[in-house]
Design a protein around this ligand. Structure first.
Ligand code: AMP
Length: 196
């Protein structure tokens, strides 16, 4: 039985950065759906071409497609002890599908770590990342759209996790090390993983 976790938060909240650290500390696998889609775009696959239209506009890939992709990637990680879901689920339908997918495989979702960062800090980080990584969707207009999509479609998922007793909210206090320590404390308190 795999014990998994979701890292949840607005664009720029640090999901990818923290996921990499969590993966290292606990030996967990990491699925970033954004990275999966960007890889497909780079390879020029049909999926990549479909994804590009949505990503460049800051909109979400349709649930059906995203849920299929996620299940495929997850099944490719069968020998890991647990998976960090980064950037998934982003809608309530995706959350329901994730719950079903895990139940079908006898696996569980331990907790959902939700990162709260003020919007000015998020915007500043994303514009800085634009200079470094050159992601097409890290421009101010698309970032604004991604924030809107987050508020409208993704934030409601937090209440869904709250009802399940899985939600752990952590607020940015200005230091990455502090945030990481808080995340590790939640993971270990919930018994999701133990350090290697
Ligand atoms: P991210 O790297 O997580 O910020 O994702 C970049 C973009 O990929 C998003 O703005 C969406 O267009 C798309 N994307 C990533 N994950 C999902 C998902 N779970 N559902 C729908 N679209 C997604």
């Amino acid at each position: 039985m795999k014990k998994n976790l979701v890292i949840f938060g607005a664009p720029g909240s640090g999901k990818g950065t923290y996921s990499a650290e969590i993966a290292k500390r606990y030996g967990m696998a990491h699925i970033s759906t954004g990275d999966v889609l960007r890889e497909e775009m780079k390879k020029g696959t049909e999926l990549g071409k479909t994804a590009r239209g949505y990503i460049d506009e800051g909109r979400l890939i349709p649930d059906e497609l995203m849920i299929d992709i996620l299940a495929n990637v997850y099944d490719g990680m069968a020998d890991s002890t647990g998976v960090i879901f980064d950037g998934f689920p982003r809608t309530t339908r995706q959350a329901e599908a994730l719950e079903r997918m895990l139940a079908e495989r006898g696996d569980v979702l331990g907790i959902v770590v939700e990162l709260h960062v003020d919007e000015a800090t998020l915007m500043e980080r994303l514009l800085k990342r634009a200079e470094i990584e050159g992601r097409a969707d890290d421009n101010e207009a698309t970032i604004r759209r991604r924030f809107e999509v987050y508020h409208a479609q993704t934030e409601p998922v937090a209440a869904w996790f709250e009802d399940k007793g899985m939600r752990r909210v952590l607020t940015w206090k200005g230091a990455k090390e502090q945030m990481l320590a808080d995340i590790y404390a939640e993971i270990e308190a919930a018994g999701v993983a133990t350090p290697l």
